[in-house]
Write a new protein. Structure first.
Length: 76
């Protein structure tokens, strides 16, 4: 079962409460998304660590319910 945009936003927001999250369905299939995630939490973190934090927020759904997610992170 594929994840919907609102579900991805809820998962990320639960793990990163101040996050501003924008999700775009790239293929119209609820399975291939791009995400822009902005948060103060990212300050001082490498891009790799920022992305790891976002992937961790998805609680194992990446590769299962969610096939592909392109992530862009920004510090607020």
């Amino acid at each position: 079962m594929a994840l919907k945009e609102k579900d991805i936003i809820q998962l990320i927001s639960a793990a990163i409460p101040d996050a501003q999250v924008e999700i775009k369905d790239l293929m119209g299939d609820n399975n291939h998304y791009s995400a822009i995630v902005k948060s103060k939490v990212f300050k001082g973190m490498s891009k790799i660590d920022q992305h790891k934090l976002v992937y961790k927020s998805l609680k194992g759904k990446m590769g299962n319910e969610l096939h592909a997610l392109s992530i862009t992170t920004e510090v607020l």
